[in-house]
Design a protein around this ligand. Structure first.
Ligand code: OXD
Ligand code: MN
Length: 588
């Protein structure tokens, strides 16, 4: 398996020898096979069918209670040289890790079926597309991959005819957290995941392939794999411009990607089109711009907080053909519920663990904070007509952002591409429930890729600088923060649809039309530069989120300097200079 290319038959044979499944089934994407799998999933209890009228084709899945999020501590990069994994990844020597995993996976599929999933990330046959084969013993994983990727007979024949593919082994074994490993072997084209069934650890096309392995491929081949949403903003003239945005997990990528414009914007004809909510593959186009596609085919979204108010498009996307994981089951009508869906929790229900749950009276949350929906992209009412475009969409702007209660203002524009890379490299956010570990701790998360970069972060930042230099019309870079709070912890900016006001300023800046105020950290709008007609915000709150506090920023710069020390001599000189420049401007 450590050979970089194996025929699919040899791969399947080697894994089946090791894991010893009772049978092997190739999945070719036919509806008949999916139906059969859903039926079996219901028989084994992996899936609970939901109300066919209200939620046609939808199922509830309950994961093992100890297997509910990505496990960064147990995620490894197995490059032959430790320095290629860098200081922000856990490294393991490939041969030794491979042996460990083989011994854990030995007979690990005993009594279960091994499913062979040949899938494409991106439109099969397009220049962006890359193929993978996941071997899994989980029906839930197979059906989720059916939603999240493109599985067609053509992909299998291309692979059988020698097209390169990433090998993926996923084996639940006995879900023992002590023996859980998510391991990547970039030089061997292999992902090996054992003892987890959670999406981010087990749907190997997602984080493992489309970010960790793809970031390595992109570096070699001159493109980028990023943790970004992609959206199109249509203005009243009908012109659509595209933006990509990197925010850490559970910081509102899905909400921004599916934004509904405020009423006054809607009346004028503004529309927002969703192309993706989590991953962007970005390449230089022949016109000197950067072009992006979403390699996925569905949304693996965080359920809590998704409501008719916060994101009606996401809610609509979950109304059919969706798998819900670890949400509340409403026993009155066999539908689902989660915190933040509405103010009327069901009173006759089961919580995410399947225990009886009485919404109003219960002290405990009904849905797990990282409960999820896996929904087909085609269900989304605002899915962009360009979603299936083989060459992707040209980017006008790239946004970085996170949850920052204090330091970062609502929005600011980078002075140059290199300064933008500096902003992305030093972005920080308060942690969420999407990964195990403490929630609410501020951590630096360059380009929101800290858990997902498949090689040395210093080399990754150098790749970013090179990509900007390689095109004549790179997108402009901005930083946004929807999460500023007051002393009592209340959000100052209304967020959601009102974020379009910020996007409008950003796009006008890209066109050289909008005014901005230069500050030491970049260019900010003044209150008059934003269209605030009908926006529920006070002048005082607005002034606060459009202010750069030099004291906080001086501390921020000190912290960035400490963070940068981790990269040693791999830190690109241009970024060290950007940091010096920021400090000098702050001192002036
Ligand atoms: C995700 C994540 O699931 O970032 O998208 O954790
Ligand atoms: Mn993500």
């Amino acid at each position: 398996m450590l050979a970089s290319h194996l025929s699919i038959e040899s791969f399947v044979e080697a894994v089946s020898k090791m894991t010893n499944p009772k049978e092997i089934i190739y999945l070719n994407g036919s509806e008949e096979q999916w139906m059969q799998l859903r039926k079996q999933g219901c028989e084994t209890g992996e899936l609970i069918p939901l109300n066919e009228e209200k939620l046609p084709g939808c199922y509830l899945h309950r994961s093992d209670p100890q297997d509910v999020a990505r496990v960064e501590e147990r995620t490894f990069l197995c490059s032959s040289r430790e320095e290629d994994a860098g200081p922000t990844n856990h490294w393991a020597e490939p041969e030794a890790m491979y042996e460990t995993l083989c011994s854990i996976a030995k007979n690990g599929m005993n009594g279960r079926t091994m499913y062979v999933l040949p899938y494409s990330m991106g439109i099969p046959g397009s220049p962006f597309a890359r193929y993978g084969v996941e071997l899994t013993d989980s029906i839930y994983v197979a059906l989720s991959m059916a939603i999240m990727t493109r599985i067609t007979p053509e992909v299998l024949s291309a692979i059988q005819n020698g097209a390169p593919y990433v090998k993926g082994i996923h084996c639940k074994v006995d879900l023992n957290p002590e023996n859980r490993y998510i391991a990547h072997f970039p030089e061997h084209n292999l992902i090996f995941s054992v003892n987890s069934g959670y999406g981010g650890n087990a749907l190997l096309g997602k984080k493992c392939f489309s970010l960790r392995m793809a970031s390595c491929l992109g570096r070699r081949e001159g493109w980028m794999a990023e943790h970004m949403l992609i959206l199109g903003v249509q203005d009243p003239t009908g012109a659509v411009r595209y933006l990509a945005a990197a925010f850490p997990s559970a910081c509102g990528k899905t909400n921004l990607a599916m934004l509904i414009p405020p009423e006054n914007y809607r009346k004028k004809g503004w529309k927002v089109w969703c192309l993706g909510d989590d991953i962007a593959w970005i390449r230089p186009g022949p016109d000197g711009r950067l072009w992006a596609v979403n390699p996925e085919n569905g949304f693996f979204g965080v359920a809590p907080g998704t409501s008719m108010k916060s994101n009606p498009n996401a809610l609509a996307a979950t109304r059919q053909g969706t798998i819900f994981t670890n949400v509340v089951r409403n026993l009155e009508d066999n539908t689902v519920w989660w915190e933040g869906m509405n103010k009327t929790p069901p009173t006759h229900a089961e919580d995410w663990l399947g225990r009886p749950w009485n919404g109003e009276l219960s002290q405990e949350k009904g849905a797990h904070p990282n409960s999820r929906f896996t929904a087909p992209a085609k269900n989304c009412p605002c899915l962009s007509p360009a979603f299936d475009s083989a060459q992707g969409v040209p980017l006008s702007a790239i946004l970085f952002g996170g949850r920052r209660a204090r330091t970062a203002p609502l929005v600011y524009e980078a002075r140059s591409w290199a300064h933008g890379v500096f902003i992305g490299s030093s972005m920080a956010s308060e942690t969420t429930a999407a990964a195990t570990g403490a929630v609410g701790v501020t951590r630096r998360d360059p380009m929101a890729m800290l858990p997902f970069c498949g090689y040395h972060m210093g080399d990754y930042l150098a790749h970013w600088l090179n990509m900007g230099r390689s095109v004549s019309a790179p997108p402009k870079i901005f930083h946004v923060n929807w999460f500023r709070t007051d002393e009592e912890g209340r959000f100052l900016w209304p967020g959601f649809g009102d974020n379009l006001r910020v996007l409008e300023w950003i796009l006008d800046r890209c066109d050289g039309k909008a005014h901005g105020v230069e500050t030491p950290i970049g260019t900010l709008p003044s209150a008059e530069d934003l269209n605030l007609e009908g926006c529920p915000i006070t002048q005082e709150a607005l002034a606060s989120i459009l202010t750069v506090d030099s004291q906080l920023w001086t501390r921020e710069a000190e912290q960035i300097r400490i963070f940068y020390e981790r990269f040693g001599d791999k830190l690109p000189q241009a970024l060290a200079e950007e940091l010096d420049g920021l400090e000098a401007r702050l001192q002036k």
